[in-house]
Design a protein around this ligand. Structure first.
Ligand SMILES: Nc1ncnc2c1ncn2[C@@H]1O[C@H](COP(=O)(O)OP(=O)(O)OP(=O)(O)O)[C@@H](O)[C@H]1O
Ligand SMILES: [Mg+2]
Length: 269
């Protein structure tokens, strides 16, 4: 089967000033390649600074890679004209650790959901409202919360709202960049289960970026381990968990309290 998303030899080079004031190059992505089939989850794990967010920014068209290709639905989005890229952008949505950054604090929950629905522009006013109510239900929120501001929601509710807002654009791919990391264990489990449910019902494809190899193994079909801008190890989630080849993977595994998750609460809501 043709993958929905394929990244080929992706390079992102940043230039920054060093302590002596001269410019130096930093390879945030150093030839990353992988493919993600539709309705599957690829977890990208790695330590801080390994290039995970840069990868998410490039795939969601928020950064332009230095070289390489990003194939989505058979087209290389890197070489697309800006107008074409803009049309494609809603289809690949990015969700961050702190949803406050993407939710306007001055807007009500309802306004936050109506904005992307109105952008799509195809629905009548009453239909738009119905769609907003349906999106709330889909992510396990109640439309009783419509008049609240994001600050009047819990962290888990805010992240559900961020997911609903992304879903309003009917994306095919969701990139979740440490989207569960700031939440309590039990809330993490609830949102993880919501993601699994949405994948089943909507056929979503996920790129799940995390430090947490245990959560990656729970959610993902495949895991790609990144180190210094490169994918150093990739394979089926259980293989990576049980038979890690690279030192860095073993290091990430060591951060899990117990491989059998005996000390973690069960991943059920
Ligand atoms: N805009 C930028 N300008 C210069 N360097 C950058 C920029 N963005 C990221 N970098 C550098 O690129 C490297 C990769 O950063 P990135 O944010 O992708 O890492 P990460 O794996 O997401 O880390 P974390 O787990 O801490 O979120 C880092 O060394 C970072 O300092
Ligand atoms: Mg990051």
């Amino acid at each position: 089967m043709q993958p929905l998303l394929r990244v080929e030899k992706l390079v992102k080079c940043y230039e920054r000033q060093n302590v002596f004031g001269s410019r130096e190059k930093l390879l945030a992505l150093d030839g990353v390649s992988f493919a993600v089939a539709q309705e599957t989850t690829l977890a990208v794990v790695g330590e801080s600074g390994s290039g995970k967010s840069t990868l998410g920014f490039c795939i969601s068209c928020l950064e332009i890679p230095t070289s390489g290709s990003i194939w989505f639905e058979g087209r290389d989005i890197v070489v697309l004209a800006e107008s074409e890229r803009r049309k494609l952008r809603p289809q690949i949505q990015l969700i961050f650790q702190d949803p406050s950054n993407s939710l306007n604090p001055r807007w009500s929950v309802e306004e936050i959901l109506l904005e992307p629905l109105n952008l799509k522009g195809k629905l009548k006013r009453e239909e738009t409202k119905q769609r907003a109510v349906a999106l709330m239900t889909q992510v396990g929120l109640s439309s009783d919360m419509f008049q609240r501001s994001p600050a009047q929601l819990s962290g888990g509710q805010r992240q559900r709202l961020a997911i609903a807002r992304a879903l309003a654009l009917e994306p095919r791919v969701l990139i979740l960049d440490e989207a569960l990391s700031a939440l309590d264990c039990s809330v993490q489990a609830q949102i993880a289960n919501l993601l699994i449910e949405l994948q089943r019902t909507l056929g979503m494809t996920y790129l799940f970026i995390t430090h947490d190899l245990a959560m990656a193994a729970h959610l993902a079909d495949e895991i790609a381990v990144m180190n210094r801008g490169r994918v150093v190890e990739q394979g089926p989630a259980q293989n990576i968990l049980r038979h890690p080849k690279e030192e860095i993977t073993r290091h990430l595994l060591a951060a899990i309290p117990s491989l059998d998750n005996a000390e973690r609460p069960p991943l059920e809501s």
